[in-house]
Design a protein around this ligand. Structure first.
Ligand code: XCC
Ligand code: SF4
Length: 632
């Protein structure tokens, strides 16, 4: 079982040995069973979008079949496959957002779905041009805003409302290049249509359509997901938490919440706070109820409530293998279908809750806005009552955890900046000016958004952590989301003390502003917070984002969502570095389009680099070139 891809994660080895003893299978067993992965698929030149196929064309020009049966070339096939990943990713983020808006539509003063950030509700309502946004009754306004947001998914005309936030040069580029996204569902549908057999074959056209679709994710679905979650559940503020498998408590009922959508998890937290439920836990011999989070549901909950972070994507199995999880409760996305069978090796109940992500093998409790709290009560009760079934001889919780700071929404960051510039609280600038000032002054060299998943093509967490450590050492401030943020948390990079790992300039900034050098900005839909932050900097300086010394990085990405993200980050004028090479190399033309040619029309491009140190070297060159061009 021991393998080079696990070396970085000290306790993984022990838990995987335990898995073997327990007769439990993990992703590493299944990875080994896959043997050598398909070279055609890896190069992106396998097409199976019609039943004349599957067709695989040669990834090497001049060798083997150059076209599919219909005549599609490697360029067309690669472009279509890539575009369909964008459509998949956009649909996942945006459909999640739709559920948040539905919850807002069902919100009422008596709860359980309530408006918790009324100021933000009124601010977004005003931004979207709702009349009397500052005086309307809260829930009337919330319902009106929710209706408007639902229109963003299917309106027949016009582009996404949040585009109007953008700095004008960038907006002009989107309009000029015809990638200003229209209704989200329309973009996804049109892209699926374009990539149907016998539709588009021009690879550049397919790429542009893919980018417009991804833009409807970043500036549409994801931004709606973030902003409306904040309105419903509160805008995050800086707070302490703790991370890694050691947050699982052997004396308490442990409930793992995993997935992406905060609607369910918010209700589970409410239900677990119920004194009757805590009493029941005590009656069963537990000291209390301990909720731990994983992946982006974990991020949503830690950002708003400081819920402890059990780990990231690849730790979902290890969590269950500890033998101390009473219930693994999941909503949507990034949940291994393997989990129910794994849970059965222990006493763990595996509970899926979304009709969009029904996972067979154990229990299904359908969650809905109408019955949210009842569903959560039922789930928590099942977990509590399961405590007595725990087999103490099978419990092995690694003694590893790391303190961390979380909760850096854009609002929280501005708040911190304000405290430094102005001790007089009535005189806040309320802007990112102090941040752009230190970047322009050269005290910090630039900023990086480090995001994305885990992937067995990279050593678990090593690329994330190496990239972040190297960047802060070289005075580049990092913001992070998703599983990258959890990697950073576990490595101690989200602590104030991490300033000691920084270069002189960044260290000084961290001390003065009282922030860690790597800021946890939330879940993957919260990459919209990063867009927002960069855009505020662009507005502050009144320059296109493409001119600013900022980069996007996904060192260990794996999901379709990550492809969509990378695409909209590039679309937003930010060079994006990928540590896992996307499945496009079978088309040198398409590869060149991503890594070079799109620079010409969108002002940014992709960089593929597996080695994290080499990647950081390239990033530093990139940032310094931007600085030189700006004359700073
Ligand atoms: Fe999933 Fe968002 Fe990736 Fe983690 S980082 S593996 S997508 S949970 Ni988005
Ligand atoms: Fe083959 Fe063309 Fe059908 Fe793809 S669309 S499977 S290349 S015939």
């Amino acid at each position: 079982m021991s393998n080079e891809y696990l070396k970085f994660d000290q306790m993984a080895e022990a838990l995987l040995e335990k898995a073997q003893r327990d007769g439990a299978e993990t992703m590493w067993d299944r990875r080994a069973a896959q043997k050598t992965q398909c070279g055609f698929g890896e190069a992106g030149v396998c097409c199976r979008i019609c039943a004349m196929g599957p067709c695989r064309v040669s990834p090497v020009p001049g060798k083997g079949a150059e076209r599919g049966i219909c005549g599609a070339s490697a360029d067309t096939i690669v472009a279509r496959n890539f575009a369909r990943m964008c459509a998949g990713g956009t649909s996942a983020h945006s459909d999640h957002a739709r559920d948040i808006v539905h919850a807002m539509h069902a919100s009422k003063a008596e709860g359980p779905f309530k408006i918790r950030d009324e100021a933000k509700l009124r601010r977004i309502a005003a931004e979207w041009g709702i009349e009397a946004a500052d005086t309307k009754e809260t829930y009337a306004l919330a319902h009106e805003l929710a209706n408007m947001a639902l229109e963003e998914f299917g309106k027949p005309f016009g582009t996404q409302r949040f585009l109007q936030r953008s700095q004008k040069d960038r907006l002009n580029i989107w309009e000029r290049e015809n990638i200003a996204p229209r209704a989200i569902d329309m973009e996804v549908t049109t892209l699926m249509h374009s990539t149907h057999i016998g539709c588009a074959s021009d690879y550049e056209s397919i790429f542009r359509r893919g980018m417009r679709t991804s833009m409807s994710d970043g500036w549409g679905g994801s931004m709606i997901g973030t902003e409306f979650s904040d309105i419903m559940y509160g805008t995050p503020t800086a707070k302490p938490s703790s991370s890694n498998l050691g947050v699982i408590d052997k004396d308490q009922v442990n409930i793992l919440i995993h997935g992406h959508d905060p609607n369910l998890a918010e209700m589970v937290v409410l239900a677990a706070e119920n004194p009757e439920m805590i009493e029941l836990a005590k009656a069963k011999g537990a000291k209390g109820i301990n909720i731990v989070g994983m992946c982006c549901t974990g991020n949503e909950m830690t950002m708003r409530h400081g819920i402890k972070i059990a780990g990231n994507f690849y730790q979902q199995e290890l969590c269950i293998i500890t033998g101390a999880i009473e219930a693994a409760v999941v909503d949507v996305q990034c949940i291994f279908p393997a989990l129910p069978a794994l849970a059965k090796k222990y006493h763990t109940r595996f509970i899926s809750t979304s009709e969009k992500a029904k996972i067979s093998g154990d229990l299904y409790i359908q969650f809905s806005e109408a019955t949210g709290l009842e569903n959560a009560n039922e789930i928590v009760k099942i977990a509590v009552e399961n405590f007595v079934n725990r087999d103490a001889s099978k419990v092995e919780i690694p003694d590893v955890k790391c303190d961390t700071m979380v909760g850096y929404s854009v609002e929280a960051i501005i708040d911190h900046l304000d405290k430094v510039v102005n001790t007089n609280t009535t005189d806040k600038t309320g802007t990112v000016k102090p941040l752009t000032d230190v970047i322009y002054a050269g005290v910090i060299r630039g900023a990086a958004g480090v995001v994305g998943c885990n992937n067995p093509k990279q050593v678990h967490d090593l690329a994330h952590v190496t990239v972040m450590k190297e960047l802060i050492k070289r005075d580049v401030i990092c913001v992070t989301t998703g599983c990258a943020a959890q990697a950073a948390a576990k490595a101690g990079l989200l602590q104030l003390e991490a300033k000691e790992m920084c270069g002189r300039g960044l260290k000084e900034v961290c001390e003065r502003v009282n922030i860690p050098p790597v800021l946890h900005m939330g879940s993957c839909v919260d990459i919209s917070r990063i867009l927002d932050l960069v855009n505020l900097c662009a507005l502050e300086k009144d320059v296109d984002t493409a001119l600013l010394p900022v980069v996007g990085i996904a060192p260990e990405w794996m999901s379709e969502k990550a492809v969509s993200i990378a695409n909209y980050v590039v679309g937003s004028g930010i060079n994006t570095y990928l540590g896992v090479i996307p499945q496009v190399l079978g088309s040198p033309n398409f590869t060149k389009l991503l890594t070079e040619d799109c620079q010409e029309f969108i002002g940014a491009h992709f960089v593929f680099e597996k080695d994290p140190i080499v990647m950081v070297d390239k990033i530093m060159e990139d940032l310094e070139a931007k600085r030189t061009a700006l004359g700073i």
